[in-house]
Design a binder for this molecule. Structure first.
Ligand code: GLU
Length: 420
């Protein structure tokens, strides 16, 4: 059906497969199901920039809107070397299910630029971001599509995007992006939101399973904005942080790593590797260490058919988007592992993005305690809804979360009808 478009990518295939399975389970109207399989619009742009060397380099960028049935579109922008149209489209689709599941008035979107941000200077990154923004400017706006940070982008990226957009409008438009620095319209608690949301759903999962967070061994893959915050908060709650990985490798100490010292080590050296008093492992080995809670918060397809049966954790909370392949999902399910899926586990980011957007539109800002309390309420309610649906339908949490997310989007299509 979507074969004639070049969406070729593993994540796209998986995402469509999941949609088809859930559509069958929900008994979705065929016409609506068909519409859900396509993005509303997808833009591919060339992004030429002057490099520090004086030479010009051309990068490829994407922005995809999956659907606009519940409101403007929302989703991150990623800078990564393997970004392609299929992946960005799949991620936009996942944002649709995520926003709908969390009850946010958004459709899903995603953007990407194919590059290795670590190899670019700050000046090159600024040029890249500004030119990319200019190329997709017709697709973004506070009531049209609102980008945010994702893999390889951060608050500074959002500040440049907001500035570029605002310059073309002749006025400052804070609502065009979220995840901005506080001083220029960011929200208190946005940076911590994804990691914090993971902890809130883990609390609920542990409660339903009759467990406690205190004393549990945790392994976190990825020590960026998501992984480091989740690690710190869980450690503060009395969990044992036994292993942490980043792009260079992993450190392991079953007696627990001190998060404060680890953060200082990372600030000084740029990586967790070399942290004193810990064994060095590679990024794959760390996933298989004996622990209770595993948080893959780095990149996609980390838990696969070839390592899923060696994972020891009894709970997995997906900080990254798409870290588990469908084959691995089946193996984990058979083994009784509780997987809290990405659309639920990492939704804290977009929930506080929504709060930031609302604050920006009203020029009225909330205290961090208000943000945190509202985030906890939204995450807890969503988790409990998904858990209850999973139990009622006899399905895993991913299926339940997708059922809930997809059903609401489908209902939106039904209510609005087909134009013209
Ligand atoms: N990139 C994050 C995600 O995948 C946040 C998106 C947003 O805040 O719009 O959910």
């Amino acid at each position: 059906m979507t074969d004639h478009l070049d969406f070729e990518s593993d994540l796209f295939r998986t995402t469509i497969q999941q949609l088809d399975q859930v559509a069958a389970r929900l008994n979705l109207d065929d016409d609506i199901h068909e519409r859900l399989r396509y993005p509303r619009r997808a833009l591919v742009v060339s992004v030429p920039i002057r490099m520090d060397s004086g030479k010009t380099a051309v990068f490829t960028g994407y922005r995809v809107h999956h659907n606009t049935v519940l409101g403007p579109t929302k989703g991150g922008l990623r800078y990564a070397p393997d970004v392609n149209l299929g992946e960005v489209t799949a991620l936009a689709m996942l944002m649709s299910w995520k926003c709908s599941l969390m009850g946010l008035p958004y459709g899903g979107a995603k953007g990407g630029v194919r590059c290795t941000p670590r190899d670019l200077s700050r000046t090159e990154l600024e040029h890249l971001t500004r030119r990319y923004t200019a190329e997709i400017i017709l697709l973004i706006g506070p009531d049209l599509d609102i980008p945010a940070p994702d893999l390889g982008t951060d608050e500074q990226t959002m500040a440049w995007m907001m500035d570029t957009y605002s310059m073309t409008q002749g006025r400052t438009v804070p609502g065009v992006v979220t995840g901005k620095p506080l001083l220029v319209g960011g929200s208190a608690g946005r940076r911590e939101a994804t990691g914090r949301g993971i902890v809130y759903v883990l609390y609920q999962a542990a409660r339903h399973l009759g467990q406690e967070i205190r004393g549990r061994k945790v392994v976190v893959q990825g020590f960026g904005n998501v992984g480091s915050v989740a690690a710190r908060l869980l450690w503060r709650e009395g969990a044992i942080l036994a292993g942490v990985a980043d792009y260079k490798g992993a450190v392991w100490n079953p007696n627990g790593l001190d998060v404060g010292e680890l953060e200082r080590h990372v600030a000084a050296s740029g990586t967790v590797v070399g942290f004193p008093g810990a064994d060095v492992l590679n990024n794959a080995e760390i996933l298989e260490q004996p622990c209770d809670i595993l948080i893959p918060a780095a990149i996609g397809s980390q838990i696969r058919e070839d390592n899923a049966d060696r994972i020891k954790a009894s709970i997995i909370a997906e900080g990254a988007n798409g870290p588990t392949t469908p084959e691995a999902d089946r193996i984990l399910k058979d083994r009784g592992v509780t997987v809290i899926p990405d659309v639920l586990a990492n939704a804290g980011g977009v929930v506080v993005s929504y709060f930031e957007w609302v604050q920006g539109l009203q020029y009225y800002f909330w205290r961090e305690s208000e943000i945190t309390a509202r985030l906890q309420e939204v995450m807890t309610r969503a988790f409990n809804r998904v858990w209850a649906l999973g139990t009622k339908e006899g399905v895993d949490l991913r299926t339940a979360a997708l059922m809930e997310g997809i059903r609401r989007v489908a209902e939106g299509y039904k209510i609005r009808g087909l134009y013209p």
